[in-house]
Write a protein that binds this ligand. Sequence first.
Ligand SMILES: Nc1ncnc2c1ncn2[C@@H]1O[C@H](COP(=O)(O)OP(=O)(O)O)[C@@H](O)[C@H]1O
Ligand SMILES: N[C@@H](CC(=O)OP(=O)(O)O)C(=O)O
Length: 472
Amino acid sequence: MELAPYRMVLTFMAANLTIATLPAHFGYKVLEHQHHLVTKQISHYFYYFYSMRVFKFGGASIATPEKMEALLPIISNEHEPVLLVVSALGKSTNALEKIVNAACAGNKNEAIHLAEQLELEHLDYARALLDETHFIKAADALHTYFNELKRGIKLADSSRYDFSYDQVVCLGEICSTLLLHFYLVQKGLPFDWVDARTVIRTDDTYRDAGVDWNYSKQQVQAVIGRKMKAGRSILTQGFIGATINGDSVTLGREGSDYTAAMLAAMLQLESVTIWKDVEGFLNADPKMFSNTVKIEALSYNEVIEMAFYGAQIIHPKTIKPLQNNNIPLYVKCFLDPSLSGTTIQAEVTGINYPPLIVLKHDQVLLQVTSRDFSFITEDNLSRLYALFHAKKIKVNLIQNAAISFVACIDNRADKIKDLTEELNKDYKVLSNENVSLLTIRHYTPEVVEQLTANKQILLKQETRKTLQVVMK
Ligand SMILES: Nc1ncnc2c1ncn2[C@@H]1O[C@H](COP(=O)(O)OP(=O)(O)O)[C@@H](O)[C@H]1O
Ligand SMILES: N[C@@H](CC(=O)OP(=O)(O)O)C(=O)O
């Protein structure tokens, strides 16, 4: 066990020294921290310095050099080393997807051309952000990684699309963090850049890699933890890792939130803040609904349900490591850090949730019927589930009847084609494409009426708290 009494004493000394050297108005905050520290030490046997935090910046927050510059006050306000987890610039992951698609379709020249365009965009970004000395260093580093990208294009092959995808797409995060790194160094901040592929070890499920928790934790503590204990702040990438063979992987689209949560759990840090372009966690996506309201505090339970059913604001895997380690998650607005944002934690009291709405488009409803009139009960259900599992298809909603089984799944044409071929051997399969899955937590009859008016309802399920409708 790591927590020896002297560690507690040292931590207290460190906290008290901090009080002595900070201006008076910081005193209260530090005392609050001390209280928090003791509580956390006793309950978790924490290994690291417990007031260190993780900040996750997504693509929207660094879409332009001006936006990146605007993050400086947020980052430099930290009194302790901070761990930054950062995504690719703006929509550059989509640009990288186009590149790998062209390469796998055999249009290698087009892919190289698109890669060169993307490199120029990164160079323009660097030029706008950095002084001459730092620009030269950044351009050099970018060149190295765009060469890695070009190697990925040359090797890309449609017969191993997911593998090819990861070798190319992972470079978005590498390049964005290089730009931010040189900017922070230029500003004199004590940051070290860590290639997440050296610490996050995964299996070889390309595009949705599973993390080897124990190995990664050891590496994260040895590399990132050690540096932070020595007073260095860290900048690393979300969304990426590497297999035991050193091949790059990605953790699933929008997976940077998950990386942030994972690192916080592995290092037992104080909290994770994800900086978004919205005021906080709203009761629905403001891009789809008007009159949304911000929720001040949410429980892990509410958020994991919403994320699982497609709330884009948080990656569904983010909550588990945080809940397991009782680490709070804050959703804050990078456009106005003074806004209170949303706190996500274990217990939330005194809040009456409004209806929380998630609308997920581009779904497919599959109806699978046994050809020989055998019941769809335990034996058939386990066969069907095993098949979905083998094809790595996530089932968003299911319902079964005597001889049929209905599943609502994301529209991944390649996977569905494979699955249908397999199912057709024993079952009759019908599919309804282009449907939407509506999930409402804390629903009211009025909201359900309003959101389903003029829609064809293909499937409906409700429990006391949650109503779900597949509709067209
Ligand atoms: N419940 C919700 N509350 C707030 N924003 C939401 C919600 N559901 C979806 N969103 C969308 O999530 C977006 C932010 O997430 P995302 O675009 O993935 O950010 P980033 O790429 O910076 O991580 C918001 O602009 C908003 O449109
Ligand atoms: N860049 C990746 C990972 C990610 O999490 O991005 P963002 O934080 O911008 O959603 C993606 O677009 O999927």
